[in-house]
Ligand binder design. Structure first.
Ligand SMILES: Cc1ncc(C[n+]2csc(CCOP(=O)(O)OP(=O)(O)O)c2C)c(N)n1
Length: 549
């Protein structure tokens, strides 16, 4: 087909998304996107059928987080499009690039009550950066380019395109728009000098690094910055591995929503340097309730307004450049006053490495998991108590090796997320870490994984309940309500798909089982009973620490 040949709108749409470099579309077809499905058949794009639209959009979400390129998901109109919503919102709030496409009824019946018709453009408006409707074929090149550009431009996020059925098969003569690389400008020298002066004059500065550093590819510059200026660094959940945990300045992950060790570090500091940090990753009122510290904001875009986050210096521009320039101007700090905080955390991480009590303690699960996995391997973490433990205790030496949803924090991300991770990085080992509740929200995607012949491990922390909610209820009211349930037999459940299933009956079996499952070369599900009695001990301990300050 030549560039300007007449084709139908679906063929033009397909050419436009090919032009964006799309490799996969995750989704479920419907009656209203038949023409698009047919056009895709002639393209280089691989359509991955999922078993639920939620699975499809979580795959696109995690694909976007790991690659920096928009993950693409697709559904039919009405119920298919509403099923996509949660992970699209998840991607948008966590700044993962994603483009969602939904079929729509023909434009001749959008004005009235009609089968499966909902105003999708309006529905997606609050959860995307750009929500659009293709009301004529001629705008396809612009709308597609705009959706991908918005999705992949800082702050990256989700975009939505609604494609009505009658438009999708109309004839059109057009071609994709050209794409040129986009460069982020360097920050103004005045802001760099101002930040450097504040850092030089600080008594006890600390860095709070967020996911924006990873998105900007500024991890190496950040490690250098911390080392050269000798400033301790805490990272958010979503910035795990932003500098290696073995880095002498690394204080670990902050964000337990209570006063953890790093928070203790933050409350001691007089200057807090926030780099690539989004408020949604860890609310400022939790780490800066006193509103009396100097905040420096280094990012690609200006700081969000929050009474507890009023920055004195906004350094807006390419983060890599900003860090290197500030580093040249600021005076390095001396001393290691925050170092004991790191030592305390390391001691806590190591404490249960030989613990053989059963059910398995969270710390021991994490110890064995870290032992079994290489540093390049990737964990996709679900949402729940296990996430808080993983965020706090799982050591990461590299960015994007422990993916955590922490803005929207939706359960059910880990199994579809593991599929996306394996597709994006076929040579790396992938583990989905999940609670029993989150697992059953999207476990149907095991069939998708097996159909695609993908291998990864699903490690279920089984407490027969909503562990995190019980933890919070016990902390708040001293009792729990409506948080317990029964589970299927996860071993036979896994086997019924054709996957492998293991149950940990003794703690000493966990590490050998992990090693075996990682070598299985298929989907392996490990049902690991967990002792969440440790949850209250942790909050009790952290509370004590706060009292000591
Ligand atoms: C889709 C969704 N529904 C509800 C919640 C609220 N929520 C957060 S954690 C949690 C419990 C998770 O239980 P489980 O997956 O078993 O993990 P655990 O806390 O036991 O480790 C719930 C219900 C949520 N974050 N996302």
């Amino acid at each position: 087909m030549t560039a300007s040949a007449t084709m139908n709108a679906s063929q033009l749409f397909t050419r436009c998304i090919e032009n964006e470099g799309v490799e996969y579309i995750f989704g479920i077809p419907g009656e209203e996107n038949l023409a698009l499905m047919d056009a895709l058949e002639e393209s280089s794009i691989r359509f991955i059928i999922t078993r639920h639209e939620q699975g499809a959009a979580f795959m696109a979400d995690v694909y976007g987080r790991l690659t920096g390129r928009a993950g693409v998901c697709m559904s039919t109109l009405g119920p298919g499009a509403t099923n996509l919503l949660t992970p699209v919102a998840d991607a948008n709030m966590d700044h993962a690039p994603l483009v969602a496409i939904a079929g729509q009824a023909g434009t001749d019946r959008l004005h009235k009550e009609s089968h499966q018709v909902l105003d999708l453009q309006a529905l997606y408006t609050p959860i995307t950066k750009y929500s659009s409707q293709l009301l004529t074929p001629n705008i396809i090149p612009e709308v597609v380019r705009k959706a991908f550009k918005n999705a992949q431009m800082e702050k990256t996020g989700a975009c939505f395109i609604e494609f009505p059925e009658n438009i999708a098969s109309m004839p059109v003569t057009d071609e994709p728009l050209r794409i040129f690389p986009h460069h982020t400008p360097e920050a103004a020298l005045e802001s760099i000098s101002h930040a450097a002066a504040l850092i030089s004059a600080a008594r006890l500065p600390i860095i709070l690094a967020g996911n924006g550093v990873i998105r900007s590819g500024a991890c190496n510059q950040l490690a250098l910055f911390a080392e050269q200026l000798n400033i301790p660094l805490a990272n958010t959940f979503m910035a795990k591995g932003v500098i290696p945990f073995k880095h002498p300045c690394a204080l670990g992950t902050v964000g337990l929503q209570t006063a953890d060790y790093v928070n203790v570090g933050l409350s001691n500091a007089d200057v807090i340097i926030c780099i690539g940090y989004d408020l949604v990753e860890y609310h400022p009122h939790l780490w800066h309730p006193t509103r009396d510290r100097t905040i420096i904001h280094i990012d690609k875009s200006a700081a969000e307004v929050d009474a507890c986050y009023i920055s004195e210096a906004d350094v807006i521009g390419d983060i890599r450049h900003s860090l290197l320039r500030i580093m040249e101007l600021a005076t390095p700090h001396v001393g290691e006053r925050m170092r004991p905080l790191r030592h305390a955390l390391v001691e806590e991480m190591d404490q249960h490495c030989d613990d053989q009590s059963y059910p398995v303690k969270p710390q021991k699960i994490i110890w064995d998991l870290r032992t079994a996995m290489d540093l390049d391997d990737i964990v996709i973490c679900d949402v729940g108590a296990h996430k808080l433990w993983m965020a706090r205790m799982f050591r990461c030496e590299k960015p994007n090796t422990c993916v955590i949803s922490n803005g929207f924090a939706s359960m059910g991300i880990s199994v579809p997320g593991a599929i996306a991770a394996k597709l994006a990085f076929p040579d790396r080992t992938i583990v989905a870490v999940t609670g029993d509740a989150g697992f059953l929200m999207n476990s149907q995607e095991i069939e998708t994984a097996l159909r695609l012949k993908l291998a990864f491990v699903i490690l279920i922390w089984n407490d027969k309940g909503f562990g995190l909610i019980e933890w919070k209820q016990l902390n708040t009211y001293g009792r729990s309500t409506n948080v317990h349930f029964e589970n299927p037999n996860f071993v036979t459940y896994a086997e019924s798909f054709g996957a492998k299933g293991y149950r940990i009956e003794r703690t000493e079996d966990l590490l050998p089982t992990l090693n075996k499952a990682l070598a299985d070369n298929t989907v392996s599900v490990i049902d690991c009973p967990v002792d969440y009695g440790e949850n209250l001990k942790l909050t009790g301990k952290l509370g004590e620490m706060v009292c000591q300050i």
